[in-house]
Design a protein around this ligand. Structure first.
Ligand code: COA
Length: 375
């Protein structure tokens, strides 16, 4: 068991998403990810995950109004963001700010259904606002307030000072949909473990943000961009990948605990990246495609089922949209907060403390020697 990473262990029953790792399929509440990416918005997906059904027009309008109402940035949270030292990681600031939101919310400990729904809306509204405020305040600029009549994707680009053209906002929207939920991934597991102790939703999301931060999980998308920058030109890709593999390094944006084939989110993101056009973008895509070819050949030779994952193409999409590279993992959090909170509510609806066991492999029983007689 030691070192197994709980691979294949079922720790919960969920109605939220279904992953077929062999066939490369993902569905939220029975709707394929391809269908949702084409026909839904992020807010509709949030409703689906929180309530089990896609919203009707009136329900969607109500949710959008609630999200708008919950999106004002508290001055105390802004002061905390501004107090971050130069060079602080945006995910560390986000984790700290979300923890502060919990301390400041008088409803934080209220676990009634209505209070929890208010808090999941609040968390989902706040993460993009905080992320954009991190980007602006570190450059000495003031935060931009979200527009109440615009959706999360459009507002996110506006608040960053990036181009909020509807086509680009739709790309953000689809990226958010694709990252919203993914079964019992590491950060969702953290959220469920935390909420299962009957701690509050803010604590669950703070735990999840800390877990998402790691390069083996959400941190991979930033590393993909650094890799593409380091490779520089498509013709350098082959040597770069071989060198990295020779050093036994993992290639970021490849491999997945569950998918043994192409992650179904990757081709959707690649198409989005294509649609964005632009010279730099096309260079990132040519490098990416070359990395995929080289990895394909190399992994086949080694008999390993390692394919691109969601982070591989999201990197060039975010970069082309003008999102700073060190904010990429925050964007992932802005989407996944919907999945975390949906799982937290699902856990609470049928809760039992999550408390597995460890197999003891240390020394046999011994007695304490007085300190001066110890070696
Ligand atoms: N590049 C090169 N080789 C890889 C690889 C990658 N990205 N991912 C896995 N492998 C290799 C491993 O070295 C291992 O080889 P071995 O059997 O010879 O030791 C084999 O494939 C199985 O990998 P393993 O590390 O056991 O898989 P895991 O299920 O524990 O890890 C990830 C899954 C995602 C953590 C892992 O693939 C990874 O680190 N990927 C890069 C980070 C990333 O993109 N994360 C985002 C995930 S959405």
């Amino acid at each position: 068991m030691s070192g197994s990473g709980l691979e294949g262990v079922v720790v919960a029953r969920t109605r939220l998403s279904q992953i077929d790792g062999e066939a490369g399929r993902l569905a939220y509440g029975g709707y394929s990810i391809e269908d949702l990416a084409e026909h839904a918005t992020f807010e509709e997906v949030a409703h689906l995950l929180w309530h089990g059904e896609l919203p009707g027009r009136a329900e969607l309008d109500a949710l959008r109004a609630q999200l708008a109402d919950a999106s004002a940035l508290d001055d105390r949270v802004l002061a905390l963001i501004r107090s971050a030292p130069a060079g602080a990681r945006p995910m560390a600031i986000l984790r700290t700010a979300v923890s502060a939101l919990g301390m400041l919310d008088p409803d934080a400990e209220d676990t009634a259904d209505g209070a929890n729904l208010r808090k999941v809306v609040r968390l989902t509204a706040q993460l993009p606002v905080i992320t954009a405020a991190i980007a602006r305040t570190r450059d000495g600029r003031d935060p931009v307030a979200p527009r109440p009549d615009a959706g999360i994707a459009t507002n996110f680009l506006r608040m960053l000072g990036a181009d909020p053209d509807p086509d680009r906002a739709r790309v953000v929207d689809v990226a958010l949909i694709l990252h919203a939920e993914h079964g019992m991934n590491a950060s969702t597991f953290s959220a469920r473990v935390t909420i299962a102790t009957l701690a509050d939703l803010y604590s669950a999301v703070t735990s999840a943000i800390g877990t998402l931060k790691g390069p083996l999980h959400g941190g991979a998308n930033q590393r993909v961009m650094h890799m593409l920058e380091e490779i520089g030109e498509p013709e350098n890709a082959e040597a770069w990948v071989h060198d990295a593999l020779d050093r036994n390094e993992k290639i970021m944006g490849f491999g997945h605990r569950v998918y043994r084939t192409l992650d179904p989110r990757a081709p959707i993101l690649r198409d989005l990246a294509h649609g964005l056009g632009g010279e730099d973008n096309s260079r990132w895509l040519r490098i990416s495609d070359r990395v995929v070819e080289v990895m394909d050949a190399e992994m086949q030779k080694r008999g390993k089922k390692i394919y691109p994952n969601v982070d591989f193409f999201s990197a060039s999409v975010y970069r082309t949209l003008g999102i700073p590279v060190d904010l990429f993992t925050n964007v992932f959090a802005c989407a996944r907060v919907v999945g975390w909170t949906a799982h937290a509510m699902e856990q609470l609806a049928d809760n039992r403390l999550i408390r597995p066991r460890a197999e003891y492999v240390g020394p046999a029983q011994r007695t304490v020697e007085p300190i001066d007689q110890r070696p």
